[in-house]
Design a protein around this ligand. Structure first.
Ligand code: K1U
Ligand code: ZN
Length: 212
């Protein structure tokens, strides 16, 4: 790791940050900005089936707040805990235009499904890829809120699609599982190449800083 010119610690990486950061900077960003790293396909951790949330405490509230901040910053209209490597049954959603109407679903269950809707979906864990997926157009969901209170909600259209997409994440399922294996393999190769290129650029940048 290169040092700061005053000898107080590691030198700041060039802005904008690209690729993996030195652990000390990644930790500082997590503490001060609470934006968590989103796992990308084909990371095997995205295939984990999440555990039931049992404790509605300050740790859970911290994860929820970080997930909301991460979703708004991405930007996205939803985020599942699995995507930030937290394997608990927790999702956050906000499809509102003013980005000020968050819906938090803990231990969600779909009680009823009706109709069908085909939507062009995206995923923060599959950046740059969009494809049509057919899902139920109206669902009734039962979940718990951040304090553990049980509630039920009817969801339609984009909200219904988003809830189903996020609930797939906590089962370890991705929207690319609904497309052909040929397309999925193409997406996997492209994202693997982008990840390797990013890592190589970060390594070159580290070497250059060391040489200074
Ligand atoms: O789970 C995720 O990865 C988030 C994903 C949710 C989703 C999108 C589309 C259909 C179903 C579920 C996203 O938010 S992708 C980004 C996106 O759709 C968007 C971003 C900014 C403004 C509007 C939409
Ligand atoms: Zn997703």
């Amino acid at each position: 790791m290169s040092s700061c010119a005053l000898g107080h610690g590691p030198a700041l990486p060039p802005w904008p940050f690209q690729g993996p950061l030195e652990p000390v900077f990644a930790a500082a960003i997590e503490v001060f900005m609470a934006i968590r790293t989103i796992l990308e396909f084909p990371d095997p951790r995205l295939r984990t089936r999440a555990q039931t949330v049992a404790r509605f405490d300050a740790d859970l509230h911290r994860i929820i707040d970080d997930m909301l901040e991460t979703m708004y910053a991405a930007p996205g209209i939803g985020l599942a805990a699995t995507q930030v490597d937290v394997h608990q049954r927790l999702v956050v959603i906000d499809i509102s235009a003013d980005r000020a109407d968050p819906l938090i679903l803990i231990n969600p269950e779909i009680l009823t499904r009706e109709g069908e809707i085909a939507t062009e979906e995206g995923c923060l864990s599959v950046p740059g890829y969009y494809d049509e997926v057919k899902r139920a157009s109206r669902i009734r969901v039962r979940a718990q809120d951040r304090d553990g209170n049980v509630f039920e909600r009817d969801c339609a259209d984009l909200l219904a699609v988003c809830v189903q997409h996020e609930m797939d994440h906590i089962e370890g399922k991705l929207f690319v599982d609904y497309i052909s294996s040929l397309k999925r393999e193409r997406v996997r190769k492209k994202l693997e190449k982008e990840r390797k290129d990013r890592a190589a650029r970060a390594s070159t940048a580290r070497e250059s800083r060391r040489a200074l």
